[in-house]
Design a binder for this molecule. Structure first.
Ligand code: LLP
Length: 465
């Protein structure tokens, strides 16, 4: 059956292209399904960043992550500019690089003036190697190792302290002559409606100090000459569509600022974390980047005015809403299996190793066929990965044109928590990634080879033939 709009217009992959109704405003990337530069050329072919997707796959292989530089830069600019527009104090946007930490992405974010939030020695090392200035790097983590803390101190980055154990370790390794710049992460006790695994701000969370310990923590920190406590931090969760939880958080955090003054601490930075959601499917309806920023700025300014507090430097650390929509993953369709009256499986050359989100969080995605963009959507099929695991299903009931082996399937919104959570399950080499801009494509992550897969293997002498 051919799927049609109520208007009688046939659905096709083109319906997912960005729609600009008003040229005076920027499209907020997190409200789109495809990257901002996505177009259809020669009637049926998908183009991103001026590059034909099927040609990219011929050049760089399959599967392939395709990152649209313009979409990523636009999201960075929209965050940065909205804070400038709506916040009367100083502000700094940090890219939560756990979404996708690699040299090129860190370099692009930094070139737009963003700082980088890192959560491990490995992410910190990558950001430093990308040339990010240490005074714009913030190290997170609920169980940072001594080595990670030593690296952070040696590099001069800010440490977001999560718990007592870390505070005591820092006091042990820091030198009063060179106080470490720290922020304190607190658990605000705010609930939000998102998948249980990605809620972090409710009280039963492994992250952050319990707010009931606030006085004790402030007292301790105020007595340590080796610690220069500049701010407070909180993060309430991810893929959030409501504005209210972040507004509540902002109000709670201003109360923390007020409390800190009682302990003689000069807290000047307030970090509201990340969490703005993106549109993965048509019914997802997140606020735009600008709306989200505006809502938070208003609450902080009002609360500070009410408490007669000077405006803190306002930090936020979005990950998903900066990069998810900028990237798509292109796969090649291979086998298919028709089970009459039940389901048709269409298999691709990747799966849960390059996108573990569906199997981990039951996340939903949309896909188009890059070489059949104007074909009517006539088939409902299940997109299966190639892993030896029945649950390795990328999309259930995907509405697609009739496909055949060799077609290029493009899954949208794969920039966040895809490459960064990728594995070598079943010893699949991780795919390559390219960045596209102005009709040019550059490799940013090389495809792994079979040699890469055994690089860390060691065969003890006695097991050799
Ligand atoms: N700041 C902190 C302290 C965080 O823990 C996170 C995400 C962020 C910022 C960025 O949040 P975002 O703007 O991306 O929502 N792997 C999961 C998401 C885990 C999020 C972890 N923390 C997923 O694939 O949905």
């Amino acid at each position: 059956m051919v799927s049609t709009h109520p208007t009688g217009v046939q659905h096709s992959g083109s319906q997912y292209l960005p729609q600009r109704h008003d040229t005076s405003t920027n499209l907020s990337p997190n409200q789109q399904l495809l990257p901002l530069t996505a177009r259809v050329h020669h009637h049926d072919l998908l183009e991103i960043g001026g590059c034909d997707v099927t040609t990219l796959v011929e050049q760089f292989g399959s599967p392939l992550y395709i990152l649209d530089e313009e979409t990523l830069r636009s999201a960075c600019q929209q965050y940065r500019d909205a804070f400038k527009r709506y916040y009367k104090g100083e502000s700094q946007v940090l890219y939560a690089s756990k979404a996708w930490n690699c040299l090129a992405v860190c370099a692009i974010a930094a070139s737009e003036g963003l700082g980088i939030d890192v959560v491990s020695g490995g992410e910190l090392y990558t950001a430093l190697q990308a040339g990010v200035s240490p005074n714009k790097i913030y190290l997170h983590g609920n169980n940072k190792s001594r080595e990670e803390l030593i690296l952070a101190i040696a590099s001069g980055v800010t440490v977001v302290v999560d718990n007592w154990y870390e505070l005591h370790t820092l006091v042990e390794i820091a030198q009063p002559s060179l106080p470490i710049r720290i922020m304190l992460r607190l658990t605000p006790g705010i609930e939000c409606h998102t998948h249980e695994y990605i809620r972090t701000g409710h009280l039963d969370s492994k992250f952050g100090f319990d707010p009931n310990d606030l006085d004790e923590v402030f007292t301790f920190v105020s007595q340590q000459s080796a610690l220069n406590c500049v701010g407070v931090h909180a993060h309430i969760g991810s893929q959030i569509f409501e504005r209210q939880p972040h507004q509540d958080l902002a109000a709670v955090m201003v109360q923390w600022l007020r409390d800190a003054t009682k302990f003689g601490l000069n807290i000047t930075e307030l970090n509201v974390g990340g969490g703005l959601g993106i549109k993965y499917i048509e019914s997802d309806d997140p606020p735009s980047i600008e709306e989200w920023v505006k809502a938070i700025c208003q609450v902080i300014q009002e609360a500070c005015a009410a408490e007669n507090l000077p405006l803190p430097k306002l930090l936020s650390e979005p990950g998903r809403s900066l990069i998810a929509t900028a990237c798509v993953t292109a796969y090649t369709i291979g086998s298919s299996k028709v089970i009459p009256e039940i389901r048709t499986y269409v298999a691709i050359d990747g799966g849960m190793s390059d996108n573990p989100r569906p199997i981990t969080y039951q996340s939903v995605y949309r896909a188009v066929v890059a070489n059949k963009m104007s074909f009517p959507l006539t088939e409902t099929v299940t997109i299966a990965g190639k892993h030896c695991e029945s649950g390795d299903i990328l999309i259930k009931n995907a509405l697609l044109p009739k496909t055949q082996s060799g077609d290029i399937l493009v899954v949208m919104g794969t920039g966040a928590y895809n490459y960064s959570m990728a594995s070598n399950y079943n010893r699949l080499p991780r795919p390559a990634a390219v960045v596209v801009a102005n009709s040019e494509a550059n490799l940013i992550l090389q495809r792994e080879t079979y040699e890469d897969l055994i690089r860390q293997d060691r065969l003890p002498e006695r097991l050799k033939k």
